[in-house]
Design a protein around this ligand. Structure first.
Ligand code: SF4
Length: 213
């Protein structure tokens, strides 16, 4: 396992919730809901490997990617090659269901692709785009230092979590947990309560021991 690469797609889960990523990639749990089913169908439509030209831009779909430094691997939905004075600069485009989110999970997954492409080509990749099915629009993503730092930190945390085989405890947050596809398997309210009850019991035990009880 030490040398197995982490799937690029796991980055988005880990940015959203490290426990979610561990449930999927350590415990191999997956609960399909309408959102995940739509995402799967969307990717099936764009995951056909091939190259074509559109308005003078070379576009390669389903391109395999990897990054040895971060031990990441996966497949890019689409990489465009934009012409510049330095030659063709890769421009990753990831297809997503729904609309732009308030969190940075989608951006980090795209940035992970850019880090792979940079290592594979030796080129600096300044930006890419997320295409959202619901809005039918591209959102340009700049791979600035903040996003790169987030992506690399999460990639390392995820790797450590997968290698440890230990799933982080649940912490219920309404905004994050209610739309989570794993909420029924994770049960964050119960897990949170049992974690608190366990901690309270341990404290009571220690106090009782300290008082000679
Ligand atoms: S329900 Fe909440 S804590 Fe559990 S995996 Fe989903 S987001 Fe994470």
């Amino acid at each position: 396992m030490d040398d197995d690469p982490i799937p690029l797609s796991a980055l988005q889960h880990a940015v959203y919730c490290l426990r979610q990523a561990a449930l999927i990639h350590v415990e191999r749990l997956w609960e399909e809901n309408r959102f995940t089913a739509e995402g799967r169908v969307l990717h099936a439509a764009v995951d056909r490997q091939g190259q074509r030209y559109s308005r003078g831009v070379r576009r390669v779909s389903a391109l395999p990617l990897s990054c040895r430094r971060l031990q990441l691997a996966g497949v890019a939905d689409l990489v465009e090659y934009h012409k510049s004075e330095a030659g063709e600069i890769p421009y990753p485009v990831e297809y997503k269901r729904g609309k732009p989110k308030l969190h940075r999970a989608d951006e980090a997954q795209l940035c992970g692709q850019a880090l792979c492409l940079e290592e594979m080509t030796g080129l600096s990749i300044p930006e890419g785009a997320l295409f959202y099915e619901q809005t039918r629009r591209r959102v340009v993503v700049r791979f600035d230092m903040e996003l790169r730092t987030l992506t690399e930190r999460v990639a390392r945390e995820l790797r450590e979590t997968i290698l440890s085989g230990v799933t982080p405890p649940a912490i219920y947050e309404k905004r994050k947990c209610d739309p989570c596809s794993l909420i029924e398997l994770c049960r964050p309210r119960i897990a949170g309560r049992s974690a608190k009850a366990w901690r309270d019991r341990e404290i009571d035990k220690l106090l009782s021991e300290a008082q000679g009880g």
